[in-house]
Design a protein around this ligand. Structure first.
Ligand code: HEM
Length: 217
């Protein structure tokens, strides 16, 4: 869970910085999207190969991450069923943070909204605003996030809140699993870093759609 989770956080940070390019205008944003789809690592890889290798890695990481989550969930249910488990849950369990309580249902919300997001922007099966299959990413972005479609914007804020809470707890847990949580000082640093990354992801992702809805793009 830790390794696939950290890989997905890296993907999120890349995607977030990529989206911020929308502030540089249509040409820069569309050019960046085209480069991502066609030219990354060219000529070491032929045109258009990188995106498919990268997509395969993201899908593999997601599948493994969900598989591990289901295993952990199953183990927790089994543990709770035993006498020992009940005793542990009721008396010895440390205080849980809000984001840790949200991991399972937050993860399911995030996954559902991610599916919706891909149907909107990658396959263009569900669209808001007037643009065709051939529309560039900038046009797609600015026609989707408008004051007329405020509900799409609101849904994206919920999506980003789910991402932000998941990343806060996930980042902290991943480094704990990997053995970094060795002292109260290390715990403090990990916690601070987890809040920083989660806030960065939330603000970085929400800024471009907010600017678009306010008509600033
Ligand atoms: C406000 C937040 C977000 C916006 C505005 C946004 C925007 C976009 C856009 C415009 C594309 C299509 C790019 C293109 O085909 O040229 C895209 C693709 C994608 N986004 Fe997002 N995104 C956001 C958040 C997220 C988050 C939080 C995740 C993951 C949890 C995510 C995962 C993906 C994936 C997996 C793709 C498909 C990439 C591909 O086709 O290879 N996005 N996003």
């Amino acid at each position: 869970m830790a390794i696939t989770g950290l890989f997905l956080v890296l993907f999120l940070l890349m995607h977030m910085f990529g989206n911020l390019k929308v502030f540089m205008g249509a040409e820069a944003y569309d050019h960046y999207a085209e480069w991502l789809k066609q030219d990354v690592l060219y000529p070491f890889l032929p045109h258009g190969w990188f995106i498919w290798i990268f997509r395969a890695c993201v899908v593999l990481a997601l599948v493994l991450h969900i598989y591990c989550a289901l295993k952990v969930w199953q183990a927790a249910i089994r543990g709770r069923g035993s006498k020992q488990g009940k005793k542990y849950t009721r008396t010895n369990r440390p205080e849980r943070t809000f984001s840790s309580k949200l991991m399972r249902w937050g993860g399911i919300t995030l996954g559902t909204l991610l599916l919706f997001h891909i149907l909107m922007f990658t396959t263009k099966t569900i669209t808001f605003g007037a643009f065709g299959q051939e529309a560039g990413p900038y046009q797609m972005f600015t026609s989707t996030f408008t004051s007329e479609h405020w509900y799409v914007y609101a849904l994206y804020v919920v999506f980003m809140l789910a991402v932000c809470f998941h990343v806060r707890h996930g980042f902290y847990s991943a480094f704990t699993t990997l053995g970094a949580n060795v002292s109260p000082k290390a715990r403090g640093i990990l916690n601070g870093l987890a809040y920083f990354v989660a806030t960065l992801v939330f603000v970085g992702f929400v800024l471009p759609p907010t600017a678009s809805v306010l008509g600033l793009l």
